[in-house]
Design a protein around this ligand. Structure first.
Ligand code: B12
Ligand code: SF4
Ligand code: SF4
Length: 352
């Protein structure tokens, strides 16, 4: 399909509509990424830093280059949705009888919230610009979301590798529209990290081999969400009470001083996930897990992986009152849960 002509007026209309739909940042760029993006992805994969996320390697060519995924793509609209927390996300780390669920997972699944807005924007664009075509993405497709967002001016990839925005700090979800419209690009954002290295210093598991480079195998977000099987011993104590994801490197970024709490009702934290009691989470069976996490991103890891994480947090709690909750799972039908439960009970016994 030839590029549908458009221009600055079309771009302004799209920006206004996206903001009206609830996106907080909107930027435009050509559907073309520099070779450095592919080279960095290849280096990451060659070092095995993706761990068990084999899907990152499967479609590397499409991930690193929009037109390898969809040859008709002419422009990319990069969109950001603010999910800034209302409270200090690190305060929960001191409450060792509670589980820490990362900010992004305390409300409704962002995939659903962002995707439904992207579809609304897409429907509007198809009507407004007859003859144009588009595809929308959030997170799960082979799309280099952070490099595209940087190129479209939304922010820059900070030393923790996430996109940082001068207006919203670390707290933007990203989504994209690939379109056949030729839209004038915005200026890319430049790096504003300067001499800062707070995010690198705070990481509990030393997951950054160098600034801008993340070894996912060491990241608590990977270990609690993506990793199947037992949590390697060396990461168990540093996990503390983090049972789903991790916010440490995001939360310490000085650019968060410009961030505001989100205004999206879907991202409001569920009361049950703000500071859940480990003892209650430890007792979850399949049905209880599904009921508690219906509509939440936590649901996708399943009961067994979740209770495995809860067992590690109990082992780190230093609270002998939680030993019983661990012992009750020591013969769990899932061998990974059972092993983590025995580890937790043993650690608490040593402290009793
Ligand atoms: C795989 C993945 C993960 C993995 C790996 C993360 C990673 N950094 O690669 C794991 C499970 C660990 C993860 C964790 C998280 N994720 Co994630 N994840 C993704 C996913 C699906 C792909 C990212 C990817 O391609 N990684 C591959 C590597 C090679 O690419 P990279 O991140 O760009 O890293 C390279 C660059 O930093 C590059 N680089 C850039 N500049 C420079 C400069 C120099 C000088 C050098 C040398 C290198 C360099 O080198 C790195 C390679 O080593 C994206 C969605 C998407 N489709 O893009 C979401 C995404 C990145 N995740 C997101 C979120 C929110 C998170 C968490 C905050 C969730 C949480 N609270 O637990 C954490 C943050 C952890 C962290 N510090 O990155 C958001 C980030 C939003 C944003 N503002 O950036 C995304 C964009 C999803 C979304 N649609 O909103 N995630
Ligand atoms: S999310 Fe946590 S574990 Fe992962 S890199 Fe950031 S601070 Fe380290
Ligand atoms: S904490 Fe500092 S180094 Fe890390 S992303 Fe923010 S500004 Fe950059």
């Amino acid at each position: 399909m030839p590029a549908a002509p458009a221009g600055p007026a079309a771009r302004d209309l799209i920006r206004a509509e996206a903001l009206r739909l609830g996106f907080d940042r909107v930027g435009f760029t050509e559907a073309l990424l520099p070779a450095a993006v592919r080279a960095r992805l290849d280096a990451f994969l060659a070092a095995g830093m993706q761990g068990g996320m084999g899907w990152l390697a499967d479609r590397a060519a499409q991930r690193a280059q929009p037109r390898a995924l969809w040859p008709e793509a002419v422009s990319v609209i990069a969109l950001g949705m603010n999910y800034g927390p209302e409270e200090d996300p690190l305060a929960i780390l001191a409450r060792r009888d509670r589980g820490a669920v990362s900010v992004y997972a305390q409300g409704r699944d962002y995939h659903d919230v962002v995707k439904s807005r992207l579809k609304q924007l897409g429907r509007w664009m198809v009507q407004r610009f007859a003859g144009s075509a588009l595809k929308v993405f959030v997170d799960t497709a082979p799309v280099a979301e952070k490099p595209l967002a940087q190129q479209a001016g939304l922010g820059w990839q900070g030393k923790h590798s996430n996109l940082v925005s001068r207006s919203h700090g670390s707290w933007l979800f990203l989504g994209e529209v690939y379109t056949t419209l030729a839209l004038p690009p915005d200026a890319p954002e430049r790096d504003h990290c300067g001499g800062c290295h707070r995010c690198l210093d705070i990481c509990p598991t030393a997951a950054f081999p160098a600034p801008y480079r993340l070894d996912a195998r060491r990241c608590i977000s990977y270990l609690t969400i993506e990793h199947k099987g037992p949590i390697p011993e060396e990461f168990r104590a540093p996990m503390g009470n983090r049972i789903y994801g991790c916010d440490d490197c995001l939360a310490v970024c000085p650019w968060n001083k410009f961030a505001r709490a989100h205004a999206e009702p879907g991202f409001a934290p569920r009361a049950a996930l703000r500071a859940p009691r480990l003892a209650e989470l430890a007792a979850l069976d399949d049905a209880g897990f599904r009921a508690l996490f219906s509509g939440s991103p936590v649901k996708r890891i399943g009961r067994d992986r979740f209770v495995r994480n809860v067992m590690i947090a109990i082992g780190n709690s230093g609270d002998p009152a939680l030993r019983e909750a661990a012992q009750a799972r020591a013969e769990d039908a899932d061998p990974v849960v059972a092993e983590a439960a025995r580890w937790a009970a043993m650690r608490l016994e040593a402290r009793a």
